[in-house]
Write a protein that binds this ligand. Sequence first.
Ligand SMILES: Cc1ncc(COP(=O)(O)O)c(C=O)c1O
Length: 356
Amino acid sequence: MIPIARPLIDEDEKEAVLEVLDSGHIAQGPKVREFEERFAELCGVKYAIATTSGTSALHVALLAHEIGPGDEVITSPFSFIASANCALFVSARPVFADIEAEFFTIDPDEISKRVTSKTKAILPIHLYGQPCDMNAINQIAQKHDLLILEDACQAHGATYQGLPVGSFGTACFSFYPTKNITTIEGGMITTDDAEIAERARLIRDHGSPQRYEHIVLGYNLRMNDVQAAIGLVQLPKLQEWNSKRQANAAYLTAELSKIEGIMPPKIREGSQHVFHQYTIRINDRDKAAQKLREKGIGVGVHYPSPIHKQPLYQELGYHDSLPLSEIASKEVLSLPVHPSLTKADLDQIVEAISTI
Ligand SMILES: Cc1ncc(COP(=O)(O)O)c(C=O)c1O
């Protein structure tokens, strides 16, 4: 079976973990601080705050921006559930704007239609590693004085018109094992705003600027030094791994473009798409997925239901019609694109698709 994702853990990650375990300092400490500094450099921002997951990074980021009851956050329904749930965590209301059919990312025109006096933030998601249309989103944010909270959980190292994702406002990343780099579980908030960074650090750690002093309501959402040590070894490899993903994607696109009934992913002009997922549109998706699995190709569906159609959101009274997201959820199929694929693997994937 060619897996849909494969975490790359080598001897140097293992050595880094053992070094931390032997050091006696295994909770949040110097490795986390160093990982935050290196990650801030990647995103070209002043501050990075590590957390336990992408989900907790989103939660902390919204709390740090004091988004709460009565506030609306405009986001895409075509994502992993955490992108919208973070608004619910703080008793704000996620408002869904449909996607651009070509890129699967939030459509700025649809955002504009949903801005109200309650809107506090736009939460664009750089889905599959593809940056959103940030110029248009920035313009809307400026016009209506809104925050931008990027969900960059799938887009480490991606750029939009030369600028790194994670540098357009406050942003959140995930280091889950399938992501372009991993810390097993883990997350990161990036920002240029000193006050937000400070508040995020407090919220992540019981609202505590020093031991047993608690000035705001906080949680325990700290990354530990074992995780950060893995991240520090992975981070310098990101560029090379992203290049391999891009080369694999280019090969698949060249070959799959020859096959009728398949629409390979498009790359937004001026962007570096880092192909966390390589996602095609295909007719009769579920049957295709089953056949490919039978042929030994690990495929994924990201995502089989848009968020507003999830039972949780139906229960909350979401009855929006967001046709492009609804169609996409029936047509998308992710193929393996990870850096450890060989040319033979890529050819096997193409051969399998051409014969279903
Ligand atoms: C777009 C998006 N947002 C948020 C998350 C949440 O990240 P985590 O799984 O690290 O909590 C993910 C993870 O899959 C994601 O893909």
